[in-house]
Design a binder for this molecule. Structure first.
Ligand code: ADP
Ligand code: MG
Length: 434
C-alpha cells in the first residue's frame, strides 16, 4: 500500500460520502482501500467482485467526476482482496444493536390535539406488543414526531423487557441491506435476521413506492412476524392508500391494524414543547419570546426546536440576555424568508451564490460542483416553501419524490458542520434581500 494511493482514495471517498446515503457509503465504500498508483492507474482494493460490479454500475461516473478535480488523467481499477469471514458485508448481519436512541421517549413527547391519538396508540403498542394494534401505522408530515414515537415504542419495550428483540430501521436502509444480501448470496441470513425480531419498527415506509422487490420482501417479512404474533410498527408521510405504486396486498396489510395520523401542533402545544426544552437548559427565556417563536414556527416541530436552539446558543455563547428584540433579530432570516419565498427565488439565489446556471440546477448532472448546490436548493425549497415533494421534483426538472427526499437528507446530514451552516445562512441572506 502506498501512502499517496491511500490518501487520494480517501479524498475521493470524502466526496462520495457527501453524495450517497450513509448506509450505502458504509456498505460499499468504507471497506475499500486505495492501494497503489502505477502507470496512471489508481488501484483500489475491494473485498470481493460484487463490490466491483456494484461500484462500477452505480457510481462510476460520480467517482470519475470527483477524481477529475484531483487528477484528470488517472484511471481507477479494482483489485479483489482475499475473501475472509470479516468483510463488511458480513458485519451488518451480526449486529445485535436495535438502532434505538435513548433521547426519544414517551416522557419527553408532548401531546396535544394533533398527536394524542397517535401517542396513545403507540403507548398501547408499547405496553402490549403484538397483542392489540398490529401493525401500527403512523403517518404525518415531516418533523412532526413519527420517528420519535417509533423509537419511543422501542425504548419503552426494551426498558420493560430487556430480552425483547426490538429493531428499528429506516426503510431505505432495509433495502440497502437486502440488495447487499442478494449480491453476496446471503439472503437467507438477511431473512432470518428480520424474522427473529419480536418488535420491528420500520420508518419512512413511503420509500417502498414503486420498488417491487423491496415490497415483496417486506410483505413476506411482515406476514412471517405477524403470523408469529410479533409487533410491527411503521411510519410514512402519507396514509397507506396514498402511497403510489404500492401493491394492493401490502396496502391492505398496512390498513389491517391501526392507522393514525399526526397533525401540525396548535399554538398551546408549541408553547408546551418549547417550555419543556427550555426547562432542560440553563437559560431563562421570557414568555413573550416563547410566544413569538411558537407563533412563527407552526408546521414543523424540528423547525420550532431549531429556532429555540439558535436563541439558546446565543445566550450561552455571548451571555446576552434573551429578549424579544434579540430574538427577532436572530430569527429574522428564518422568519421573513418563510413569508416571501418561492422556488424561483431560491433557485436564483443558489445559482448566483455558486455561480452556476439555473439550468444545471434542474439537470441530472452528477458533478460535485452541481450536486451540492442542487441539493441545497432542494433543501431550501422543502424547508421554506409549502410545496410537496412531488411539486419540488417538478420544479427541479421532473425528479421523483424519492430523489428529492434523498437530496434533502444529504443537506440535513451536513447541517452540524459550521462551514455548511454558514453557507446556508449566506444564501438565506441573498434570498431575503432578493
Ligand atoms: P418525523 O420523523 O415525523 O419527521 P421527528 O420524530 O424526527 O419527526 O421529530 C422532529 C423533532 O421534533 C425531533 O427532535 C423530535 O424529538 C421533536 N418532536 C416531535 N414531536 C414532538 C413532541 N410531541 N414533543 C416533543 N418533541 C417532539
Ligand atoms: Mg422521521
Amino acid at each position: 500500500m502506498t501512502p499517496d494511493a491511500e490518501k487520494l482514495w480517501l479524498k475521493i471517498l470524502e466526496g462520495v460520502k457527501t453524495q450517497v446515503p450513509l448506509q450505502i457509503y458504509t456498505t460499499w465504500f468504507e471497506p475499500t482501500i486505495g492501494e497503489s498508483i502505477a502507470q496512471n492507474t489508481l488501484w483500489v482494493k475491494v473485498p470481493n467482485r460484487f463490490f466491483v460490479d456494484w461500484i462500477e454500475e452505480h457510481y462510476h461516473s460520480m467517482i470519475y467526476d470527483i477524481l477529475k478535480i484531483e487528477d484528470d488523467k488517472l484511471k481507477i481499477r479494482y483489485k479483489l482482496a482475499e475473501q475472509t469471514k470479516e468483510t463488511s458485508s458480513t458485519k451488518i448481519y451480526d449486529t445485535d444493536a436495535s438502532h434505538l436512541q435513548t433521547r426519544y421517549t414517551f416522557n419527553n413527547f408532548i401531546t396535544g390535539a394533533s398527536n394524542k391519538f397517535a401517542q396513545a396508540a403507540a403507548m398501547a403498542v408499547a405496553s402490549a406488543p403484538g397483542k392489540q394494534y398490529n401493525p401500527l401505522f403512523l403517518y404525518g408530515n415531516v418533523g412532526l414526531g413519527k420517528t420519535h414515537l417509533l423509537q419511543a415504542i422501542g425504548n419503552y419495550i426494551k426498558e420493560h423487557s430487556a430480552d425483547a428483540k426490538v429493531y428499528y430501521i429506516e426503510c431505505e436502509s432495509f433495502m440497502n441491506e437486502m440488495v447487499d444480501a442478494i449480491q453476496n448470496n446471503r439472503i437467507m441470513q438477511f431473512k432470518n435476521k428480520y424474522r427473529k425480531k419480536d418488535v420491528l419498527l420500520i420508518d419512512d415506509i413511503q420509500f417502498l413506492e414503486g420498488k417491487e422487490g423491496l415490497q415483496e420482501e417486506i410483505f413476506h417479512t411482515f406476514n412471517f412476524l405477524y403470523d408469529a404474533g410479533k409487533q410491527i410498527a411503521l411510519s410514512s408521510d402519507r396514509p397507506p392508500q396514498g402511497l403510489a405504486n404500492l401493491e394492493e396486498r401490502l396496502v391492505s396489510r398496512f390498513q389491517g391494524g391501526l392507522v393514525c395520523d399526526i397533525q401540525s401542533p396548535n399554538i398551546e402545544m408549541r408553547v408546551a414543547i418549547l417550555k419543556k426544552k427550555i426547562a432542560t437548559s440553563k437559560s431563562k427565556v421570557p414568555d413573550e419570546v416563547i410566544n413569538y417563536i411558537a407563533e412563527q414556527f407552526s408546521s414543523n416541530i424540528r423547525e420550532l426546536e431549531g429556532a429555540l436552539v439558535k436563541i439558546l446558543a446565543l445566550s450561552t455563547f455571548t451571555n446576552e440576555t434573551i429578549n424579544l428584540n434579540t430574538t427577532k433579530e436572530l430569527l429574522k432570516d428564518m422568519v421573513t424568508v418563510k413569508k416571501i419565498i418561492t422556488i424561483d427565488v431560491i433557485k436564483r439565489a443558489v445559482a448566483s451564490y455558486y455561480n452556476i446556471s439555473l439550468a444545471s440546477l434542474k439537470s441530472n448532472r452528477r458533478m460535485q460542483s452541481i450536486v451540492k448546490p442542487r441539493n441545497i436548493a432542494i433543501y431550501l425549497a422543502r424547508e421554506y416553501t409549502h410545496l410537496s415533494l412531488v411539486d419540488i421534483g417538478e420544479a427541479f426538472g421532473g425528479k421523483n419524490h424519492a430523489t428529492i427526499l434523498h437530496s434533502y437528507n444529504q443537506i440535513v446530514k451536513l447541517l452540524n458542520k459550521e462551514e455548511e451552516k454558514k453557507e446556508l445562512s449566506n444564501i438565506l441572506k441573498l434570498i431575503t434581500t432578493d
